[in-house]
Design a protein around this ligand. Structure first.
Ligand code: ZN
Length: 525
């Protein structure tokens, strides 16, 4: 205000100076013109000049006045920029959704002249990333009369939407009962975080699969799938039935089973069997067959196996004094001459054989064909291995049986335990002889001990003494079971003397069979 008042005041002295200079100047001019131009002309010019000056002055005053009025008007009007903003200055946008500018414009406004219709050009600064949770400021800037005016909008991007899990399905797919459900696939997408498939947690329950995924903002989505396994549950079929009965024997072989699911897939290879049958031990055994799947489900079948004792063979005492010559541990180098001798005398004897001399095994076949009896002694004759367990004993026993079968074409029901049933060499395995004698009896074998010892097993190597031992042992005895070893030449050499003595003294010689007296010893172990 002060400035504006001052201006016209400064102008006034200038005008006065001009006015004061006028008479001097006009006097000088008139003195010049008076000498050149007519006196009327200078007066005219001076008037014109005066008018122009006055006009100029008036215009100047008018302009100054207009300026003052305009300045006052602007000040009083208080013209400034006014913003119009659609929606609020603060707004929220869901993450992943596009951001639409709701609109903003600016006009000028004054107290005196009101609002201008003309919209001012706007500049917007700032950006909104709706793909990312956060707060964003948008600034709207207008330049008006050398000044910048601005307003702003706060845009908050939030994520309140859970991701979406899409379960995929394969055409014609059916879960296998055994392997369970094989994932067909799934996809998890979030508007804000994008693909979350990798983050999906998969929990497998017996009847369903649950898929869970949580986005960065903590929004959780779940989906569930219930595969149908029931249609393919397998069935176990027991070949031979669920109840079996066998006589006590060396080996039990399971007749087998099949397991098929309802689609016909063979799952037999996945069946697990539990239980054991001891085939030489009479009793009722239970075998279970089961198949389990990935879901922990189980299909089972049970069968019972009844092992029956065959029972001890009935023994018949001979009707006259009889000598049963028995030879252990062969065949060997002297077996052939022994067979020749027996053939000459027409006498049948019994051979409890081993597999220790494979070169002479053909003598087993010859003895059998010539009417002698063949019994198992032992394949190895190793006390420490055969008496280690029932399984070990029967494995050895079976090897000897196989050799006998190869030589004779049949298996034998006769045996003699190495060391006899009374042996104590087996005492390292307590009770083994008690169990083995029972087992072989249950299986229908007959084991034979002896009641006449030749003394050829260490007591003597003297043939005469051996013969005498046998004769002494057999004298007056209804059933003599004589123990000799045909792998010992001094023992084989004693046989002829015994044969002569027996024939001359009314004894008959016979080979052992199932009904023969067995001369069982007392069992000490
Ligand atoms: Zn022996």
């Amino acid at each position: 205000m002060k400035k504006r008042e001052k201006k016209p005041a400064e102008q006034e002295p200038a005008q006065e100076k001009e006015d004061a200079a006028k008479p001097e100047g006009s006097a000088a001019e008139s003195s010049v013109t008076e000498s050149v131009i007519e006196p009327e002309e200078p007066a005219k010019e001076a008037r014109k000049y005066k008018r122009r000056r006055a006009l100029r002055l008036a215009l100047l005053i008018l302009a100054a006045y207009a300026l003052i009025v305009a300045a006052v008007a602007v000040l009083v009007d208080g013209r400034h920029v006014r913003f119009y903003m659609a929606s609020d200055g603060e707004m929220t946008v869901e993450c992943g959704q596009p951001y639409y500018e709701p609109g903003c414009y600016a006009v000028t406004y004054g107290k005196l002249f009101g609002e201008s219709q003309r919209r001012l050009p706007l500049r917007v600064e700032g950006e909104v990333d709706t793909g990312k949770v956060g707060s964003y400021e948008l600034r709207y800037i207008v330049r008006y009369l050398f000044r910048e005016y601005e307003t702003s909008r706060l845009v908050t991007v939030t994520d309140t939407t859970a991701p979406e899990i899409t379960l995929l399905y394969k055409e014609g797919y059916r879960p296998s009962w055994l392997d369970g459900y094989e994932e067909e696939g799934y996809v998890a997408k979030d508007l804000c975080d994008g693909d979350l498939t990798e983050q999906v947690q998969r929990e497998v329950f017996p009847d369903r699969i649950v898929y869970t995924v949580t986005d960065a903002a903590g929004n959780t989505a779940t989906a569930e799938r219930r595969p149908d396994y029931a249609v393919t549950a397998p069935e176990i079929t027991l070949l031979g039935g669920d109840k079996l009965e066998y006589n006590a024997c060396l080996y039990f072989t399971d007749p087998g089973f099949t397991a098929k699911d309802s689609l016909g897939n063979d799952l037999s290879g996945y069946v697990e069997t539990e239980g054991e049958v001891i085939p030489y031990k009479p009793g009722l055994y239970e075998l279970s067959y089961s198949i389990s799947n990935a879901q922990g489900e189980k299909v089972s079948a049970v069968r019972t196996v009844n092992i029956l004792p065959v029972g001890a063979p009935e023994t018949v005492d001979p009707d006259r004094n009889t000598i049963y010559l028995t030879f252990d541990d062969g065949p060997g180098p002297y077996t052939e001459q022994l067979l020749d001798l027996l053939k000459v005398y027409g006498v049948k004897a019994t051979f409890f054989v081993t597999c220790n001399n494979p070169d002479y095994e053909d003598m087993v076949g010859r003895a059998y064909r010539e009417g002698h009896s063949i019994g198992v002694h032992s394949a190895t004759h190793n006390y420490y291995s055969i008496y280690a367990s029932e399984e070990a004993f029967f494995e050895d026993f079976n090897a000897a049986q196989n050799m006998i079968y190869e030589q004779t074409g049949s298996y034998t029901s006769l045996l003699r335990f190495p060391g006899g049933s009374s042996n104590t060499v087996s005492s390292f395995n307590s009770g083994i002889m008690t169990r083995l004698t029972q087992a072989v009896t249950d299986m229908g074998y007959q084991y034979f001990d002896w009641n006449v010892s030749s003394g050829d097993a260490g007591e003597t190597t003297n043939t005469r003494q051996i013969a005498q031992n046998i004769i002494d042992g057999c004298t007056g005895r209804r059933a003599s079971i004589v123990l000799q070893h045909d792998i010992k030449d001094y023992s084989v050499a004693a046989v002829e003397q015994v044969l002569i003595w027996g024939r001359n003294n009314g004894y008959s010689f016979r080979a052992l069979d199932l009904s023969s007296p067995a001369a069982h010893h007392t069992i000490f172990n």
